[in-house]
Design a protein around this ligand. Sequence first.
Ligand code: NAI
Length: 319
Amino acid sequence: SPSSKQGKVAIVGSGLIGQNWSMIFAGAGYHVTLYDTDMDQLMRAKTSIKSTLEQYERDGYLRGKTTAVQQNALVSTSSSLSECLSDAFYVQECVPENLELKKKVFKEMDTMANKDMILASSSSCLCASMFTEGLTHKSNMLVAHPINPPYFIPLVELVPAPWTNQELVTRVRTLMEEIGQSPITLRRESLGFALNRIQYAAINESWNMYQSGLLSAEDIDRVCHDGLGLRYAFIGPLETMHLNANGIADYCERYAEGAYNVQKETFKPVPVMYDVETAMKVQEEFSQTMPLDKLAERRSWRDKRLAEISKLKKTLEKE
Ligand code: NAI
């Protein structure tokens, strides 16, 4: 179609993440072919993509300049992996997070790839070196980790294996920006990538404060959603330091000792596991307002807010 870009994108695995990538690429004008080993799931995914795009259009969340009908028309399905990959310049793998499965799928895709094809994995924990070693096209493979829900949270962590072609990483970064995502590039593999390292630091301190009985679970979460989170939606912890003094060097001069004392006094060693007793206490507290059978409702509530914030951010960034 005249509104579609040159080139086709292959999405391997049609679950939550595969559907999100499909909608993101179609919104940017790319032809998308979606593949799954489970045919019923593939059909459900196709139906869900259509209705979700229509819903986003009604709510004013649809990406791109075309209509939901036009975007949906760019998404096709295939019951064959080689047909899905055929002529694709970019492949986004979205199968379940299981090392043996990723190995199997990448080995299979390797036999269908060519020297120009980019093969990215959505993996949230596994590094590309764990499942691409020894493959013919391993220098074209990397991790491109999205954040749930990727349609509204644009961050994508690009994590190359030691043998990934650096120029290719740059091309993926440009592609991610072009389709409206927000890429970051790790220079080498590191467990947890970047987001989870920051997230675990936040979870650990939240856990420690709750465990010591300092404040309620609700109040701990409020520190983020009515405090730090508002700031972090626009500037990160490092820029916060820069702006809260006359530059970050001045900040360190003024506050580093205080920060060190707080951490020395309060931080605990890395928890082996989050303990069941504390977990049950937090869950009991949450059950007052968010019982387990109401979590789906609460997730929709969350997604609606994420969608609104994402819309607001886009408006503000245009200013
Ligand atoms: P999911 O379970 O919703 O979807 C996985 C899909 O892959 C299923 O439809 C399944 O039928 C299909 N599949 C299984 N074996 C296959 C094969 N050999 N070939 C093709 N398709 C196959 O999983 P989800 O949540 O979409 O996760 C996919 C990947 O994205 C995982 O690596 C996960 O860690 C990562 N991820 C997930 C996030 C999340 O919040 N759910 C966030 C960021 C990344």
